[in-house]
Ligand binder design. Structure first.
Ligand code: FES
Ligand SMILES: [Zn+2]
Length: 142
């Protein structure tokens, strides 16, 4: 089944989790090809959607590979955002540089913390179960 396409009007209020604090460099993509960029951060096939967003309010972003740069030259390398906080999706805009502390602070200070009822992701802060280790692990080390 085709995944739902992101409703951009809803996107700014959702906070994804962070797969990695840096972009993914993509090569050999076909001009005109349609890609679905993961916006939730849960996909195991980053930076693309694998439908892990099912059951959340996130939807992938549909993007068509352009093949040309802003200056008109041909483009073969793409720096695709993989922290999910870019303001220019799906391209990396270096938002990841200042993200780690902001992200962890938002998770700790989230109004829904300690997130006991979150099954997949908290769309207010990007918390995902297990991101600080499981309860069993914490108990075992204390
Ligand atoms: S948006 Fe589909 S897996 Fe993240
Ligand atoms: Zn939260």
């Amino acid at each position: 089944m085709e995944p739902d396409i992101e409703d951009l009007s809803e996107a700014p209020c959702l906070k994804p989790c962070v797969p990695s604090y840096g972009p993914v460099t993509m090569r050999n993509m076909t001009m005109g090809e349609t890609k679905l960029w993961c916006t939730c951060g849960l996909s195991k096939k980053q930076p693309w959607c694998d439908n892990s967003h099912k059951g959340t309010r996130f939807r992938p972003l549909k993007w068509t590979v352009g093949g040309t740069k802003k200056d008109g030259g041909s483009q073969t390398l793409y720096s695709i955002c993989n922290c999910k906080y870019t303001m220019d999706p799906p391209y990396c805009d270096a938002s990841h540089i200042h993200l780690p502390l902001k992200y962890l602070k938002a998770v700790k200070e989230c109004e829904d913390a300690p997130h006991d009822t979150v099954e997949k992701i908290c769309d207010k802060c990007g918390f995902v179960p297990g991101m600080f280790g499981s309860k069993e692990e914490k108990t075992a080390t204390t």
